[in-house]
Design a binder for this molecule. Structure first.
Ligand code: HH2
Length: 274
């Protein structure tokens, strides 16, 4: 059933400054190109820019802390110098989050849900920024080898509730917490991702804003012949984003900002006309 959320779904534009991200790897690695892409995403209607300096693609090479800081911090500072757009930093390292927040980021997007380092939880509390807690089964390098769930929606929801409790126990304010089901992170392409998307309302029911990242992911190709390149997955990305909107997610993380903003506007206008 379509519900009209009180607030429009926010759009987070992906800005990867990595040589090896699965969909846009290498395209925005140079500082000037990255800033130009940030401007484009803002002009296209992004509410949040998600700056990442380390790919989480299965098999991606780990990046050391200094290198990751050198990739993301100058870009965040340059965006902040000319825009008040919300900026998240996509990192699992507390030191990178700390440097990013000092440079103007306001959200720490952590695909490990603050489990990567012993000081992750305390750092998030100290920084006082918003945090995205994402579900992932296993580690990025091996997570797609043999993911297993008895009840994917129930297990993801229980994990996210536990991580939100851990964050609050460490001193993160409840209103700073976002949850993300982690589509594609330790999940079988269709056996796990599809029930999870179909059961998103149960994640939304936990009572925190939910961020959904489905843009250009491989399950879209799996449902459409099996060999679609990332930039050939726009239609599927829109369909999945709208399914998320209908389930009540607060934001979607996307590569194609303009198209997503348009799709969400049309979807919302129709839902509101009822
Ligand atoms: N997906 C990716 C990276 N970070 N963060 C959140 N919160 N949710 C997601 O679904 C998510 C994420 C993977 O996409 P991309 O950034 O395009 O690729 P890479 O991980 O190779 O940088």
């Amino acid at each position: 059933m379509i519900q009209t959320p009180a607030q429009p779904v926010r759009v987070m534009g992906v800005l990867n400054v990595t040589p090896d991200s699965f969909s846009d790897g290498g395209r925005f690695a140079a500082p000037d190109t990255a800033l130009a892409q940030a401007r484009r995403l803002i002009a296209d209607g992004a509410d949040i820019l998600d700056v990442g300096g380390e790919s989480t693609r299965p098999g991606a090479a780990p990046v050391d802390e200094a290198e990751e800081v050198a990739r993301v911090v100058p870009l965040i500072a340059a965006i902040r110098a000319e825009s008040s757009v919300a900026i998240s930093v996509d990192t699992m390292k507390p030191a990178v989050a700390r440097a990013a927040v000092a440079a103007g980021a306001t959200i720490w997007n952590d695909v490990t849900a603050l489990r990567h380092a012993p000081d992750s939880l305390a750092t998030a509390a100290e920084l006082g920024c918003e945090v995205v807690l994402m579900h992932m089964q296993g580690e990025p390098g091996t997570m797609q080898a043999e993911p297993h769930y008895d009840d994917v929606v129930g297990e993801v929801a229980a994990f996210l509730a536990e991580r939100a409790d851990a964050a609050m126990a460490a001193g993160v304010a409840r209103e700073k917490i976002w949850l993300d089901p982690g589509v594609g992170f330790g999940k079988h392409m269709t056996r796990h991702n599809l029930p999870l998307l179909a059961g998103l309302d149960r994640i939304v029911a936990l009572g925190f804003p939910v961020l959904l990242g489905v843009s250009r992911k491989r399950f879209i190709s799996a449902l459409d012949g099996g060999d679609r390149e990332p930039d050939e997955r726009l239609g599927g990305s829109m369909a999945a984003a709208l399914a998320g909107a209908a389930a009540g997610v607060a934001a979607v993380r996307v590569h194609d900002v303009r198209e997503t903003v348009q799709a969400l506007r049309v979807w919302r206008a129709i839902a509101q006309a009822k």
